[in-house]
Design a protein. Structure first.
Length: 245
């Protein structure tokens, strides 16, 4: 079952802004595309903040003193940190994400960044939860938090933490993201780099997920007609509207 984390509205409106190629691919596959974290443009995706190593060092010292009742040497602590970093780097290579934007109305910045020209899929947080509850894959759905990576402290105990935090410079995205970890072998963190490609599709019920399709601002009539034709060809038959911007 998906894990959901949200702090504000009970069922906010969400949007996925995509170009024409991605829209056709989504319809053809009847699936959402998940991109591997290490293939995203932001080099800090899936990483910890700058205080991470010091925080981890303190955590290992605390664990040794309170649980194992034996103080650890500096060499043991540094080796634990090295192993943790190797595991975190491998996890970053096999975790993939599908991203949505939370907002009541369209967002001009999101159009320009991701779908110009293109379309925006309008849905809701509740529908996202519902469609992923019906599939076998292990999924996490969470609201992205934004932090100052120079000073913020992210607890290393939850392996999803680096994937649901981004730098404050991205806060305008108001992102809701779906996480999936590719399972390779008995221990998924042992995935070799050459087995990882750019991402993977996960089939979902698009009919249930999508409320409306919005065509990008200032699109010519032929582009609107093309989106309408694709909508009918693939049996989606959802309302199509021109952007209000």
């Amino acid at each position: 079952m998906p894990i959901l984390s949200h702090k504000e509205e009970v069922n906010p409106i969400i949007w996925r802004y995509i170009n024409l190629t991605k829209f056709i691919s989504m319809l053809h596959k009847q699936a959402l595309f998940f991109t591997y974290i290490d293939k995203l443009d932001d080099i800090y995706e899936g990483t910890y903040t700058h205080t991470f190593e010091d925080d981890l060092r303190k955590e290992f010292h605390h664990l040794n003193q309170t649980i194992f009742k034996t103080p650890a040497t500096n060499e043991q602590i540094e080796e634990n940190i090295r192993v943790f970093k190797v595991s975190a780097a491998k996890l970053r290579r096999i975790t993939c994400v599908n991203c949505w934007h939370e907002r009541k109305e369209e967002n001009a910045l999101m159009w320009k960044a991701y779908a110009f020209p293109g379309i925006a899929i309008k849905s809701s947080y509740e529908k996202l939860h519902s469609v992923f509850n019906k599939i076998p894959q292990d999924i996490t759905i969470a609201e992205v938090n934004y932090a100052d990576y120079e000073n913020a402290h992210l607890h290393p105990g939850n392996t999803n933490i680096p994937f649901i935090f981004k730098k404050t410079q991205y806060s305008d995205e108001k992102e809701i993201r779906i996480l999936h970890e590719k399972n390779i072998g008995d221990y998924p963190h042992n995935a070799p780099q050459d087995e990882i490609d750019i991402g993977q599709y996960i089939k979902v019920d698009l009919q249930e997920l999508i409320d409306e399709i919005i065509v990008s601002p200032n699109s010519p009539d032929w582009f609107f007609d093309l989106i309408k034709s694709l909508n009918e060809k693939y049996g989606l038959n959802k309302p199509i509207k021109k952007s209000s911007l």
